[in-house]
Write a protein that binds this ligand. Structure first.
Ligand SMILES: [Fe+2]
Length: 294
């Protein structure tokens, strides 16, 4: 059965049928999935009972993996999963739900702000693949916003303005928005800002998109408050309902998104319930812009 993508209602995302991700994919399947990503930017695969090895094998069949090293506040001896996964669960290494005031949990709440994964890295992520193992009884949706449609809907004047702008991204900026500011010197060094262009062009389709993220806390050459007000306006524009697909999770869903063309955010759920979501990530092709001299 060939891989089939079906657009979800009026949304930009699509569901994929005719593929069993627990098994190796044919080159035709891989090509169809990449073509689906180029077109839709968010693909939903239902009823995929993957284990870690199968999720990794599927991810690797699409490209090179980005490792999650030093991107959270989990110390290396507190990792629950290997670094080939980003652990976006609310669980410690013994599979216990984090206490409400646990610093690792509070830092991870930054995922509730609109963002693009790894925009705080010099080489930001290409695709993210999030697999739902255990989901809470309610809430916990993931919302996606289409940064291509958001770009297309901008005034010509703003399109011209964003064309050459370069932003500074850091996890410190996104956490500041939530009032989380108590970083150690080591963490400030580890999370120091990187530069990303604000306008991206898709290498296959040529479509332009806004490269926004709550990690963006400055624009090179602009005063900080002016930059933040401008970025806030852009995020507000880009996350209007007509640009958003909200995914309601079922255990066994795998959702894959293109971080170059979309933003996403997690929605709240009961804090005492386990939510075991495992993300693998495909590495981007390179920096979006030259970095500042150190
Ligand atoms: Fe994310």
């Amino acid at each position: 059965m060939p891989v089939l993508t079906r657009q979800i209602g009026p949304c930009f995302a699509a569901e994929v049928e005719g593929v069993d991700l627990t098994r190796p994919l044919s080159p035709d399947d891989v090509a169809a999935i990449h073509a689906g990503m180029d077109r839709y930017a968010v693909l939903v695969f239902h009823d995929q009972p993957l284990d870690d090895d199968q999720q990794l094998a599927f991810t690797r069949s699409l490209g090179d993996i980005e490792h999650a090293i030093g991107t959270s506040l989990r110390a290396p001896d507190e990792y629950r999963l290997p670094t080939s996964f980003a652990d976006v669960s609310n669980l410690d290494k013994n599979n216990r739900v984090f206490a409400r005031d646990d610093r690792r949990r509070l830092f991870a709440l930054g995922n509730r702000l609109w963002h693009s994964d790894s925009s705080f890295k010099v080489v930001p992520a290409k695709y993210s693949l999030l697999h739902a193992r255990v989901i809470p009884s309610k809430g916990g949706n993931t919302e996606f916003a289409d940064m291509r449609a958001a770009y297309d809907a901008l005034d010509e004047e703003i399109k011209a303005e964003v064309a050459d702008l370069v932003c500074e991204h850091s996890q410190i900026f996104s956490r500041q928005q939530l009032g989380f500011t108590d970083f150690t010197d080591e963490e400030r060094e580890r999370f120091k800002p990187v530069r990303q262009c604000l306008l991206r062009v898709h290498p296959v389709t040529g479509r332009k998109s806004l490269y926004l993220s709550s990690h963006a806390g400055g624009i090179v050459g602009w005063p900080v408050p002016e930059a933040r007000a401008f970025l806030r306006d852009l995020v507000e524009h880009a996350t209007q309902r007509q640009f958003v697909y909200s995914h309601r999770w079922r255990a066994g869903d795998l959702v894959m998104w293109d971080n170059r063309q979309t933003m996403h955010r997690a929605r709240p759920f009961p804090a005492h319930e386990p939510r075991d979501m495992r993300r693998t990530t495909l590495k981007g092709d390179g920096p979006t812009v030259a970095q500042a001299a150190a």
